[in-house]
Ligand binder design. Structure first.
Ligand code: PCA
Length: 203
C-alpha cells in the first residue's frame, strides 16, 4: 500500500510539532507492507493546502493520513468530520488570521473521514496507546488541510481511505507550562499510530 502521511511544522510559538516528530519517526522506522511517503506541511492558509496537493500528486497514494498536534488533548484522536470553515483562534505562521470564512465557497458544509476509524481506534488501544474518536478537528489549519484533502479526493472521484488524526503535544512541549496540561510521549504516540496505520492496511 502506498501511504501518504503528513505532519505539520511548529506553530504558535513552539519550536517543535508533535505531528512532525511522529511522521518522521514512523517513516524512519517503516511499517510492514506499507510504502510510506511523508510531507511536512506549513501552518499557512495558502502554503499548507498547496503543499498537501503537491504531495498528493507526487505520491499517487492508496491511502492518506494527515497528522496534526492538538494542545490539551489526552489521546490520539481520529477525526470524523472536516468542516467548510476557517475561524482561526491564532494567526497562521504567515501572521494572517481568518474569521468566519469558508474554505471552499461552493463546497459542501462538511465531509466525513473515509478512514476505518473504529478499526484504527481499536488497534491503537490494543497497542497500549490512549485513543479516541473526535467530532471536531477545530477551524484552523488542521481542519483546513483535512477539508482540502477530502474535497480534492471527491473532485477527483478517488475512493481511497483518507482522513486526519490529531495527537497530543509531547511532554517536553508542556514541561515548562505553569498549569499542568496533557501530553503523550512520542514512543506511545508512534506505537499507537503504527498500529492504527497497520489496521488501515488490513482493511
Ligand atoms: N495543529 C494545528 C495546525 C497545525 C497543527 O499541528 C491545528 O490543530 O489546526
Amino acid at each position: 500500500m502506498n501511504l501518504l502521511l503528513t505532519g505539520f511544522e511548529p506553530f504558535g510559538g513552539q519550536t517543535i510539532n508533535s505531528s512532525e516528530q511522529a511522521a518522521r519517526a514512523l517513516s524512519g522506522a517503516g511499517l510492514p507492507d506499507i510504502n510510506m511517503r511523508i510531507a511536512i506541511l506549513p501552518v499557512d492558509r495558502e502554503r499548507g493546502p498547496a503543499a498537501l496537493l503537491c504531495a498528493l500528486d507526487a505520491a499517487l497514494p492508496d491511502a492518506v493520513v494527515c497528522l496534526g498536534e492538538a494542545a490539551r488533548r489526552t489521546a490520539i484522536s481520529i477525526e470524523r468530520v472536516a468542516i467548510n470553515l476557517l475561524d482561526f483562534r491564532i494567526p497562521d505562521n504567515a501572521g494572517r488570521q481568518y474569521v468566519d470564512e469558508p474554505i471552499a465557497p461552493d463546497g459542501p458544509a462538511a465531509y466525513f473521514t473515509t478512514l476505518p476509524a473504529r478499526a484504527m481506534l481499536d488497534a491503537a488501544r490494543a497497542a497500549g496507546a490512549p485513543a479516541a474518536r473526535s467530532l471536531s478537528a477545530g477551524a484552523f489549519l488542521c481542519n483546513q488541510v483535512f477539508y482540502t484533502l477530502m474535497h480534492e479526493l471527491s473532485r477527483r472521484g478517488a475512493r481511497i481511505p483518507a482522513g486526519f488524526i490529531h495527537i497530543p503535544q509531547l511532554p517536553e512541549q508542556v514541561a515548562g507550562a505553569e498549569a499542568a496540561t496533557a501530553s503523550m510521549a512520542l514512543d506511545t504516540a508512534v506505537r499507537g499510530l503504527a498500529a492504527a496505520l497497520s489496521a488501515l492496511r488490513a482493511e
